[in-house]
Design a protein around this ligand. Sequence first.
Ligand code: HEM
Length: 333
Amino acid sequence: MFCLLVLMCFGDKLDESQIKKIENVQRRLLLAVGKFNILNFWPRLTKIIFFKKWIQFLQVRRDQENVLVTLIRARKKMKEEESLSVNKEEYVLSYVDTLLDLQLHEEKRKLSEEEIVSLCSEFLSAGTESTSTALQWIMGNLVKHPHVQEKVYTEIRGVVGENEEVKNEELQEMPYLKAVILEGLRRHPPGHFVLPHAVTEDFVLDDKYVIPKDGSVNFMVADMGWDPKVWEDPMAFKLERFLNDHDQDFDITGGREIKMMPFGAGRRICPGFGLAMLYLEYFVANLVWNFEWKAMDGDEVDLTEKQEFTWLLQAAAAANHAQITLQLFGKKI
Ligand code: HEM
């Protein structure tokens, strides 16, 4: 997943050692998020009180910039050369290309290199753990419920025949597979909360609850998907929930109604949700098509959840914004 996102981000001309370097700086940053979080509170003060931490943070950030800025500049050069070249067919647009082109109209400027580094970092960390965690839960459920795995396999056979690979365009013809992914995301959303939000003005909800300006607001994503008032027998893994609605596809963005929101909802919905759905459908389809997935003899699949890395990812994404703030702060003082 990480390799895929790196290639989407910087283009497909990277070798393994470059990918490893990126992985190394990104992992260091993610693992240190908890440690540096204190610097988000009253940065003017905390960077003096926790001076050692501040210096360590700057070092990690500098290392990240050294690796990513080199790649961003290389891409910029390639892009300029490409614009002069006659043979344009081989060039595949990358995320960095779009960031290099981006014009901030209100501020009448382009993004700085530091901002591009932060956006690339967010892209890589937000997409990796979330998607691979969802994939693991879905595969765990397919092992736990072999009859579901069998039905996915039968559906795929009906569409792809004897071909070895399930192709992107064939996924559209697999409603049962889609139901498996949606049920996986409902039952085991990789993040139990979205990123922290805030209202820009005092707001009264339902004439009862005052939400003060700038107060931190979050949503109980997992509990929404497990609400017995909305979902019958919510803790069971049941595909029928997403198969009965023949007239309309289930809307994961919550545009019609919000019954679950693994990707958030509204204007700050996860911008990678379409990509994540595509990857999940593609990977699950090909994993089931090429292998039969079973528990080892005598093993039970334990689907009890425990807090692991994805919450850190959410914190990291939040900290990325903070990083920009901290950086600016550093320059101002
Ligand atoms: C199953 C996979 C994924 C899940 C469950 C997921 C979920 C989420 C959630 C809940 C948020 C916070 C939304 C909010 O603040 O209301 C978010 C934000 C974000 N996601 Fe995802 N995501 C997934 C995959 C991806 C992928 C593949 C990418 C990119 C390649 C991505 C990029 C982002 C980014 C950049 C943000 C921050 C957006 C912002 O700052 O407003 N995500 N995601």
